[in-house]
Design a binder for this molecule. Structure first.
Ligand code: ADP
Ligand code: MG
Length: 380
C-alpha cells in the first residue's frame, strides 16, 4: 500500500509525501454500555488508512483517494465543504482542528485503506484519526490525544451526519499493539490491558445484513435504560447512569417498571460486570473465561436486550457447536458481524462450516475478516 500511495503522490505532485497511518477497531466486550455510562473495551486492528501528505504552500487541500480513484480539491473555510462524502471526513478534520485553535494550511495528500467499509470496523474513524494525528504532527499544534479523538467524533457529527459516541475514534487514536483499552464512558478514564491470545485467532464473520429496525430500536432501548435508572435512583440517589446500579437495586424495582425495561437493565448491569471480569481474566492470560463472557454477552444481547437477529444467532450457535472459545454479535445489533475467539487448530474447520452453512441457509456468503490487535494513529 505504501508504495502505491507514494507512486501516485509522485505522479500527481512530483515528489513523495510523509506517511501517516491509523487503524480500524474492534470492541471485545461492552456493548450498549456507552450511553449507560459503563465500560467499552476496544482495540485498534491491523487494517486501517494510510496517507502521504505534504504542504503545498496554498490555502487549498488537494486530496486523492486511491480506493475511489478520485481527486478532490477544497478550501479550508466553512463554506468550502466538499461534495464527495469521503472528502468531507478530511475537510471536517481540518475544520475541527481549526476550531480548536490549531493551524492548518493547504496540503496535498494521497490515501488508501483496507478497512472494509460499513462492516462495523469503523473505517471512518480510521480515516479521521489518520488525518487528525497527521495535521497535529505536521503543524505542531500540540493538541492532546483525547482531543484528537474528539476532532474525529465532531467531524462525524458536524460534517457527515452521524451522531456517534467517542469509542471508535478513541480506539483508533489510542490503540496499541497487543493491548485493549477499557474506557469508562462516564468519566473517560481509560486503562490498557494485555491482549496476547497465543494459540487463538480473532476473526469477524460479517453476516452482510443490516435490518431496518436498528435506529428506532436503539432509541427504545435507551428510553428503557433511562426509565430503569430513574426508578432505581429513587432509592439510590447516587445512580446517575444505569451502570452505577447494583444488580440487587434493580431487583428492588422489579414490580415498578415494565418487564421489558427490567430485562434491558438486567443486560446492561450484567454487561458492565462482564467487562470487568474479562479484564481480570486477561491479566491471568485466561482466554477461556474471556470467551465464556463473550457467549454470555451474546445471550444477553439476543434474549434480554433483543438486538440480535436470525443471521447472528445462527453464527453464534454454530460457533458454540464447533467449540469456538468465544463468540458474540459486535456493534449495535440487527446485523453486522460476530466477533469470534477461536483456537488456531479449530479455525479452518469453523470458517469452512460458517461459510457453507450460512450460505445454504441465507442464500449469500458471509465475509471473513481476521484481525490482530495493533497500533492506532502514528507516523510511519
Ligand atoms: P464504517 O462503519 O466502516 O465506519 P461509515 O459509513 O461510517 O462506515 O464510513 C464509511 C465511509 O468512510 C465511506 O463511505 C467513505 O466515505 C469513508 N472511507 C472509509 N474508508 C475509506 C477509504 N479507504 N477511502 C476513501 N474513503 C473512505
Ligand atoms: Mg463509521
Amino acid at each position: 500500500m505504501k508504495q502505491k500511495i507514494q507512486e501516485k503522490f509522485k505522479a500527481l505532485f512530483g515528489e513523495e509525501g510523509v506517511l501517516y497511518a491509523s487503524a480500524g477497531r474492534i470492541n471485545l466486550i461492552g456493548e450498549h454500555t456507552d450511553y449507560n455510562g459503563g465500560y467499552v473495551f476496544p482495540g485498534a486492528i491491523d487494517c486501517g488508512i494510510m496517507a502521504a501528505i505534504k504542504l503545498n504552500g496554498t490555502s487549498k487541500v488537494k486530496a486523492f483517494s486511491l480506493d475511489y480513484n478520485e481527486l478532490c480539491e477544497f478550501g479550508l473555510e466553512e463554506k468550502d465543504v466538499p461534495e464527495k462524502a469521503w472528502a468531507r471526513y478530511i475537510f471536517g478534520v481540518c475544520r475541527e482542528t481549526i476550531k480548536r485553535g490549531g493551524k492548518v494550511e493547504g496540503f496535498n495528500t494521497v490515501f488508501a485503506g483496507d478497512v472494509p467499509l460499513g462492516a462495523g470496523l469503523s473505517s471512518s474513524a480510521a480515516l479521521e484519526s489518520c488525518f487528525a494525528f497527521a495535521l497535529n504532527d505536521i503543524f505542531g499544534n500540540g493538541i492532546d490525544k483525547f482531543e484528537l479523538a474528539k476532532i474525529g467524533q465532531s467531524t462525524e457529527h458536524n460534517y457527515c451526519g452521524v451522531k456517534c459516541g467517542i469509542m471508535d475514534q478513541f480506539a483508533s487514536v489510542f490503540g496499541k499493539e497487543g493491548a485493549l483499552i477499557r474506557l469508562n464512558c462516564k468519566t473517560l478514564e481509560y486503562k490498557y490491558f494485555p491482549f496476547h491470545p497465543k494459540g487463538y485467532k480473532l476473526v469477524l464473520i460479517d453476516s452482510c445484513v443490516k435490518h431496518e429496525l436498528a435506529s428506532s430500536a436503539y432509541n427504545k432501548r435507551r428510553a428503557s435504560c433511562e426509565n430503569a435508572a430513574a426508578a432505581i435512583r429513587k432509592n439510590h440517589p447516587e445512580v446517575e447512569f444505569l451502570s452505577d446500579a447494583k444488580r440487587l437495586w434493580l431487583d428492588e424495582v422489579r414490580e415498578e417498571i415494565p418487564q421489558e425495561d427490567f430485562l434491558r437493565a438486567e443486560y446492561v448491569i450484567g454487561e458492565v460486570q462482564r467487562v470487568l471480569d474479562v479484564c481480570d481474566a486477561l491479566e491471568r492470560d485466561d482466554y477461556e473465561t474471556v470467551g465464556e463472557m463473550m457467549y454470555q454477552t451474546h445471550f444477553g444481547l439476543s434474549r434480554l436486550y433483543e438486538v440480535s437477529c436470525e443471521e447472528l444467532d445462527f453464527l453464534n450457535k454454530l460457533a458454540r457447536k464447533m467449540e469456538v472459545t468465544g463468540s458474540r454479535v459486535m456493534g449495535g445489533g440487527f446485523g453486522g458481524c460476530t466477533i469470534n475467539l477461536v483456537k488456531e487448530e479449530l479455525y479452518d474447520g469453523f470458517i469452512a462450516a460458517a461459510k457453507e452453512q450460512f450460505t445454504a441457509k441465507f442464500g449469500h456468503a458471509p465475509k471473513i475478516y481476521d484481525v490482530v490487535i495493533s497500533d492506532g494513529a502514528r507516523k510511519l
